[in-house]
Design a protein around this ligand. Sequence first.
Ligand SMILES: Nc1ncnc2c1ncn2[C@@H]1O[C@H](COP(=O)(O)OP(=O)(O)OP(=O)(O)O)[C@@H](O)[C@H]1O
Ligand SMILES: CC(C)(CO)[C@@H](O)C(=O)NCCC(=O)O
Length: 516
Amino acid sequence: MADSAIINPSSLSPCSSADPVNQSEELEREGEMVLAAASMRRSGSRPQLDLSGAAIQGNFEERSPTILLPNQFDDISRMALDIGGSLIKLVYFSRHEESSTKDKKNGHLKKKQEAPNGSAWSYPTRGGQLHFVKFETRKLNECLEFIRCKQLHSSGEDLHSWKFGGLPDENAIIKATGGGAYKFAEVFKDTLGFTVEKEDEMDCLVAGANFLLKTIRYEAFTYMKGRKEFVQIDQNDLFPYLLVNIGSGVSVIKVDGDGSFQRVSGTNVGGGTFWGLGKLLTKCKSFDELLELSQRGNNTAVDMLVGDIYGGMDYSKIGLSSSTIASSFGKTISENKDLLDYKPEDIALSLLRMVSYNIAQIAYYNALLYGLKRVLFGGFFIRGHAFTMETISVGVHSWSKGQAQALFLRHEGYLGALGALLSYDKPDIEDLMTHTFVEQFPNDAQYVGGFQPQQGGIKEKVGQKDNQIIPPIPLTMTGITRFEQPHSNSDMNAALNIGVLHLVTSREVAPLLEDH
Ligand SMILES: Nc1ncnc2c1ncn2[C@@H]1O[C@H](COP(=O)(O)OP(=O)(O)OP(=O)(O)O)[C@@H](O)[C@H]1O
Ligand SMILES: CC(C)(CO)[C@@H](O)C(=O)NCCC(=O)O
């Protein structure tokens, strides 16, 4: 059910000349990655954004930095959304003259900046920009207000009817991905009048990641020992790689090419876990506050170290030093203390390390399983945060004995939104398949005692109609590889539990070991 009750069109406040986002302190308008369109291609009557030649501008430390393409000839309006469990990510295109408040404030378009090679870039006077903005999902109305005030809903020519006081074209569509594209589709229709065209979340993550890796220089980097090193991957040597997207939950995707991938794993211990538990345990009011707090922490106050167990000694026989964390939060069990006896900063650091390291470990095992050396981490959990990246890098590096490498992106949180934006310009043949949902399983994974479905042809893939995702269901659970459409709800429920740890709750008390 859409939470349509929470938004009422009349509750949206009038647009002021000021940027609506800046009116709210809590609303983070972050990193406006600015892309300009080099030129406009036209396929049939529909204008297309041509993103060729995209290049980052700005200094190396800037997150979500400006990227410009110089030759956008025609006017075009584009936006796409990735509506996740925690955050809504919005990407929109605008011409230079509609440059963002941040750009204006920083004089981005007026000044010349240092190019990486030391020369000065000159900014084009024509062209456009892709702005990247995020909102908290629980504050959907702020996103709606932003779209309305910026008049972002329409694509191409229909922009004008609204700009000049008319209502949005009732046929207007926007591309959106993430769970919220389903959950809030009616809200968008009711409040802003446009239809949400849903794009598959995994397709979009992969498309966004591939675009950034292939097209944008100074985008991907490694982070070890406090050093950030940019990596430009040879396009011919890009695939396969492992994409680990750390949002509220974590998706682990083996990417084999453009549009060719398998979601091979995932974990529910992700960014939502860190932020949710952190909020409960520290009373922090924002994610960034929690991250900042962790920077002052000392995790050894709550974590149980190998040395705590081994009387200060290393356990060198199995390669564990005394300072290795044996058990996250383990120290708290042996001390007669309450939550309030611990420093919130120590808790924040321990939690951050626990979640980051655990994800690194899962990433490593998947890299090992599929023989992948490159592991790309995306999602807003990373937030360009040094400790998070260091923990993940060290985890991947040490577990793989230096064989696998963790990579990060400057536009880490916008993969899905970017993929949704790129999907406007998918070739027509792909448009026909927009609503195809494909549940994929690793072909080469060793299954023990379960079934090992093969990837089949299109007939064996199951369609997604409207806002209902119908998963595939195995014919039997005994190694047979054919898939059929589920017929009943119970079939569907069974199918939904494939490949995930499914807990059947029981009220029976589990027998406990007797105390002696
Ligand atoms: N300002 C912020 N507010 C809330 N969470 C934030 C913020 N900045 C970073 N985060 C972290 O990013 C996570 C969300 O990341 P992201 O936006 O990539 O995922 P999502 O799309 O919301 O989740 P999912 O894909 O699982 O639905 C949060 O769970 C939190 O750990
Ligand atoms: C459910 C999604 C895909 C929504 O983005 C994400 O939160 C996720 O991958 N969660 C992990 C679910 C799991 O594989 O256990």
